[in-house]
Ligand binder design. Structure first.
Ligand SMILES: NC(=O)c1ccc[n+]([C@@H]2O[C@H](COP(=O)([O-])OP(=O)(O)OC[C@H]3O[C@@H](n4cnc5c(N)ncnc54)[C@H](O)[C@@H]3O)[C@@H](O)[C@H]2O)c1
Length: 353
């Protein structure tokens, strides 16, 4: 089955592309390579890809209908939308770029999906969206369920909430089968060592810890050690990127089963968008991540404590019971030692590490 994966050259997208292919699907990547790398799709994964932007309506339509040569005559049967900008600090400096890329381009993609779907006997292609725990804002409860109020506190989180709203409304109006997946902290790398995390700048904790261990960074900055947590450092929910990839496969399958053809009079059947948190429910503090990394790598690091960053909550941990119950999702590699061992293997293979 041909599945359009926007942002498939990026971190989570590339692991999902690999998982889709292993499950017998045919992923087709649309990526502008603004943060993802062409070599990942061209040389490493060797999957069909098109260089372009999600907001290019004509290009996207030609992909959805199967008219583009990269489709080899097949129609796209599901869309997984990873592409976007995702650095919180940058979203404060360049909000227009964030709303443009994350919201306007997503709307253009969604419009194309429903328009192409309106002309198809089976209706719009199932749509899966990468959202984030950033939509919740400051947690009011110890673990976050999907019903927690959506009160994002930065432009990045607001852009994700806006797209969630667009999806819900289009699903009701046009019968768009859709799932919103809210990730917490993606971590780790492909256990085969083929692909992994490369962000520039790197803002995620685990690669920054490993950089400080290999000497690529002189030291690790810890933002705050006076939070209301057992060791004073911030707690986050680290989920292995391969477990996230697996959730996308389950989401595609669920939507294909629930997809309803338009009614006899051609009217779309409203779809209530499904929303799932993806996390382990087991938070780890910065200090615990450092200790686990020391145990896995056998190396030490220099750490400096810096002031807290504005808007960093002490603890962000998912309740993912709904994903477990309804999707049958079970994280298998999301314990810290496995995450760190996989990340370390990948990190060591990177040039300059
Ligand atoms: N990494 C995390 O921990 C995390 C957590 C929550 C949510 N998310 C969301 O998951 C998605 C993927 O995250 P990631 O860490 O893999 O990011 P990434 O930066 O590694 O990947 C994003 C990909 O999208 C491409 N891209 C960006 N804008 C595009 C556009 N307009 N048109 C075409 N391609 C475009 C980039 O080149 C890149 O390949 C993002 O939407 C992000 O907001 C990530």
């Amino acid at each position: 089955m041909l599945i359009l994966v926007t942002g498939g050259a990026g971190y989570i997208g590339s692991h999902t592309v690999k998982a889709l292919r292993q499950a017998g699907h045919s992923p087709l990547v649309l990526d502008d390579f603004s943060s993802g790398r062409r070599a990942v799709v061209e040389d490493t994964l060797r999957v069909p890809f098109v260089e372009g932007r999600v907001g290019d309506g004509a290009l996207v339509r030609s992909l959805l209908t199967g008219d583009h040569p990269a489709c080899a005559g097949q129609r796209v049967e599901a869309v997984i939308h990873f592409a976007g900008r995702s650095i919180v600090g940058e979203s404060w400096q360049r909000p227009a770029e964030y709303y443009g890329s994350n919201v306007s381009e997503a709307l253009s993609l969604l419009q194309a999906v429903v328009e192409v779907g309106a002309a198809a006997a089976s209706g719009p292609a199932p749509f899966i969206f990468s959202s984030s725990c950033a939509v919740y804002g400051l947690p009011r409860t110890l673990t976050l369920t999907e019903d927690h109020p959506l009160e994002p506190i930065n432009p990045y989180g607001r852009s994700k909430r806006m797209v969630e709203e667009l999806i819900r409304d289009l699903a009701l109006a046009h019968g768009l089968p859709s799932i919103i997946l809210r990730y917490f902290n993606a971590a780790g790398a492909d256990p085969d060592g083929e692909i992994g995390e490369v962000h520039d700048p790197e803002t995620h904790l685990i690669p920054r810890v490993l950089d400080a261990m290999t000497g690529r960074s002189p030291f690790l900055q810890i933002f705050g050690d006076d939070f209301d947590t057992p060791d004073g450092t911030g707690i986050r929910d680290y989920t292995h990127v391969c477990d996230l990839a697996e959730a996308h496969l389950l989401a595609v399958n669920r939507l294909l089963l629930r997809r309803a053809a338009p009614a006899a009079d051609g009217a779309p059947v409203p779809f209530r968008t499904l929303v799932y948190n993806l996390g382990t429910g087991q938070g780890a503090s910065v200090q615990e991540v450092i200790e686990a990394a020391k145990a896995v790598t056998g190396r030490g690091l220099l750490a400096h404590v810096a002031p807290r960053r504005g808007g960093d909550p002490p603890r962000l941990v998912a309740c993912a019971d709904r994903a477990r119950g309804e999707l049958g999702w079970e994280p298998r590699r999301s314990d810290l030692p496995t995450i760190l061992a996989d990340a370390w293997r990948w990190h060591q293979a990177l040039p300059g590490r």
